[in-house]
Design a binder for this molecule. Structure first.
Ligand code: V55
Ligand code: FE
Length: 492
């Protein structure tokens, strides 16, 4: 018998994307009744979902960035104080093709020109960014493809949706917003017409799962647009020069690179009038928006609250000319635009004295003023910086900003432990704004293991009311959501 050794290495490279605490985990688990320290609040009947990247095979090109991993969904189902865990890969075309071949076949992030001949022209979506619940359905979102529908109970992959034929575009953001006034989803898409395109699409989707509004406008350049802002009457985008370049992509290069020859800009669109009322502003400073907190209106002033870095995101994408650029951490800022003023100007107010990211507000109030903002943070007064991972410097705490008092409080999970994006669940339908439970995954590096913690949003310093111990490591993930038992229809 002719025995063939594997054609490519089955060992993950000893590089920052794949080593130490960020080594791919690849475990599709079912663990019934995790250990629970403390008490899961009785209102938390439902499931916490989170989505991340957990590369199935060592990249055949030898190197890869974290953002290009295969989608892996985590579900922690909570019922009467018990917690059950399920993790599943998203069964994308890419995942299935590589599993059948038992090796990596796809090349660089968003670059089909780097794929092996076996998969040329095949779908290359990874569905790895946001677990999102809308209209009674669970989606795995990735901004360079359509939403992937998932079975919320089994985590089986159902496949791409085009919202019953009403979504014409090929792509869809990983950061749609739910308008709490209408229940509709406000979303956008970019690089939809072509791999690299200047057009940005706006969508509104009804809870019935039908696109009810579509418009598009043209940006001055094609770049990464990861997140956006929605207030009661406005939609806003921060455009920053994380440029996509078709020629470079065709030559097998990185999809994005930071090009300081372009300016950071802001597009403000009145929701009623639509793109006909679009106004562009120019940022006096070159910077990038990492994620948005909230947008709200005060008379003629529109406030945009978001995390801003004064550099590109060099841990993922290079600088066009500087071979050794310095990545700056993001800080929270409020940008205030007086829309009655015709001038191209706005006021920048710092919100947080230390770096932060992955913010959340109480979704019942998003688009209106939110007093309370929650996020992952780096506060070296609480403990030392953790070793850098493939996404830059990891958080060492969770933070709560009270905008009314200016106070910032923290949850510090202990030494050599990192936090992830907090997910907010209101304590009840009538609870005051911001009064809820925060759910976050803690990476315990010394134990090579993860915890899911539940904190009182109004008292982070008190520490978790419940710690759900996961007996293995959940690979650092991106965005999650909470879905109630009623929405999940457990009765059936
Ligand atoms: C981001 C994340 C992505 C991506 C593009 O956080 C931007 C920003 C997890 O994937 O593909
Ligand atoms: Fe994101």
């Amino acid at each position: 018998m002719d025995i063939q050794p594997p054609a490519t290495s089955l060992v993950f490279p000893d590089s920052i994307t794949f080593n130490k605490f960020f080594k791919p985990v690849r475990i599709e688990a079912d663990v019934f009744d995790l250990e629970v320290e403390g008490q899961i609040p009785t209102v938390l009947q439902g499931a916490f979902y989170r989505l991340g990247a957990d590369t199935q095979y060592p990249p055949y090109l030898g190197h890869d960035i974290y953002l290009n991993g295969d989608g892996m969904m985590t579900m922690v189902r909570m019922e009467n104080g018990h917690a059950d865990l399920r993790t599943r890969f998203i069964q994308t075309e890419r995942f299935k093709a590589e599993r059948a071949a038992r090796r990596s076949l796809y090349g660089r992030y968003r670059n089909p020109y780097t794929d092996t001949p076996e998969v040329r022209g095949k779908d290359r979506g990874t569905a790895n960014t946001t677990a999102f619940w809308f209209g009674g359905k669970l989606y795995a979102l990735k901004e360079d493809n359509r939403p992937t529908e998932m079975n919320p109970h089994t985590l089986e992959t159902i496949g791409y949706t085009d919202f019953g034929g009403t979504l014409k575009g090929r792509t869809f953001t990983a950061h749609p917003k739910i308008d709490p006034r209408t229940g509709n989803m406000i979303a956008f898409a970019y690089n939809s017409d072509a791999l690299v395109s200047n057009f940005i699409y706006l969508y509104e989707v009804a809870p019935s799962g039908v696109v009810i509004r579509e418009e598009r406008f043209e940006a001055p350049y094609s770049s990464m647009i990861h997140d956006f802002l929605v207030s009661e009457n406005y939609i806003a985008f921060t455009l920053y020069p994380m440029l996509a370049d078709q020629k470079r992509v065709e030559a097998g290069g990185p999809f994005f690179s930071w090009d300081p020859s372009h300016q950071t800009m802001v597009a403000i669109i009145p929701r009623g009038q639509g793109v006909a009322g679009l106004r562009w502003y120019h940022s006096p400073k070159l910077c990038m928006e990492t994620h948005t907190m909230n947008a709200w209106e005060e008379g003629s002033v529109l406030h945009l609250e978001h995390f801003i870095s004064n550099s590109g995101w060099y841990s993922q994408f290079p600088h066009v000319s500087d071979p050794n650029p310095k990545e700056e951490p993001p800080f929270g800022q409020r940008w205030s635009f007086d829309l009655s003023n015709p001038a191209d100007e706005y006021i920048v107010t710092p919100m947080v004295p230390h770096p932060g990211e992955m913010p959340v507000v109480d979704g019942r109030f998003s688009g209106s003023y939110c007093q309370h903002i929650f996020f992952g943070a780096i506060n070296t007064q609480l403990g030392p910086m953790l070793d850098w991972g493939p996404m830059g410097p990891p958080f060492n705490c969770l933070a709560h900003l009270d905008q009314k008092t200016g106070a910032i409080s923290h949850y510090y999970p202990g030494a050599n432990a990192s936090t992830e994006e907090p997910v907010f669940v209101a304590k009840s339908d009538t609870a005051p704004e911001g009064d809820g439970w925060l759910i976050s995954v803690i990476g315990r590096r010394d134990e090579n293991r993860s915890d899911v913690v539940i904190l009182d949003s109004m008292d982070l310093a008190a520490g978790p009311v419940a710690t759900i111990r996961v007996p293995f490591r959940l690979r650092y993930a991106f965005h999650g959501c909470w879905v109630t038992a009623a929405e999940l229809d457990w009765g059936l």
